[in-house]
Design a protein around this ligand. Sequence first.
Ligand SMILES: NC(=O)C1=CN([C@@H]2O[C@H](COP(=O)(O)OP(=O)(O)OC[C@H]3O[C@@H](n4cnc5c(N)ncnc54)[C@H](OP(=O)(O)O)[C@@H]3O)[C@@H](O)[C@H]2O)C=CC1
Ligand SMILES: O=C(O)[C@@H]1CCC=N1
Length: 280
Amino acid sequence: METPKIAQKPTTITFIGAGNMARSLIVGLMQDQANVALRVADPDPLQLDAIRKHWPGVLTTTDNHEAMQGADVVVLAVKPQIMREVAEQLVETAQRSRPLFVSIAAGIREQALNNWLGGNLPIVRCMPNTPALVQTGATGLYANAQVSTVQRSLAESILRAVGITLWFEDEGKLDAVTAVSGSGPAYFFLMMEAMQAAAEQLGLRAEDAHLLIMQTALGAARLALESDDLPAELRRKVTSKGGTTEAALNVLTEGGLHGLFAKALQAADSRSRELAAANS
Ligand SMILES: NC(=O)C1=CN([C@@H]2O[C@H](COP(=O)(O)OP(=O)(O)OC[C@H]3O[C@@H](n4cnc5c(N)ncnc54)[C@H](OP(=O)(O)O)[C@@H]3O)[C@@H](O)[C@H]2O)C=CC1
Ligand SMILES: O=C(O)[C@@H]1CCC=N1
């Protein structure tokens, strides 16, 4: 006879804000079939309708306070520029119910957020990325001193349901994480766009170019992840002396690709710090 499973109470997770990043996390979590009950609050009823249509089990509301009632975890997923206004409206509910807050906002420091929410609350700051949508996300996490061991595991299990996680003991490192993996998918998408345009200029049909580029990106990422070789060695293995790859790579290096990436990531890191300074 099959042993009956002990039904565990699902963890209630409330999302404040149902934009691009929150939806990636929500879809990833629903696909993971984790034992969670999701609630989502957003001012846009159309946004909420779209979520309910796909996931009828998700409770949606335009009222942030209602969504927070009895939640174990509250994910703050609004733009950094409006985080203060949103958080200050939640003080009463936050101090009464004291859930674990998880902020995904770029730049906003834990100390500032804690002050806006009334103080002395457990807060995990994290920097996820949109590939969470297909459970291939990468998230950097930082916990303040009020976060218990159980809450730390809880935050980690939520983000691990949609990809890999990495803890940082120094909150300042999250600016670099934002520049590398938070914004990172956009760099690869831009490269795909550029390769697509170039491939079409070479005479390939759009759909053929698209398929070749996507599979090559996937193959390169999987190879780099699974191989014992570092990317530099994998690159060398593609590059025959006097061949086609060498011709292309010369153009990219002479065009200053390394310097461009250094400047681009520096700009993202600086912007994250600026957002922190403007909201401290
Ligand atoms: N996009 C990404 O790849 C990543 C984003 N982040 C972070 O995630 C956060 C959200 O970014 P993103 O998803 O891109 O932005 P979006 O603008 O797509 O999402 C923000 C959502 O918050 C809603 N909102 C506005 N005001 C309120 C309010 N008072 N209460 C509840 N919800 C509200 C917005 O509604 P409306 O549109 O109607 O104003 C919108 O749906 C940011 O802090 C960002 O730094 C972190 C990692 C990656
Ligand atoms: O562009 C942004 O500010 C957010 C944070 C990382 C990705 N998107």
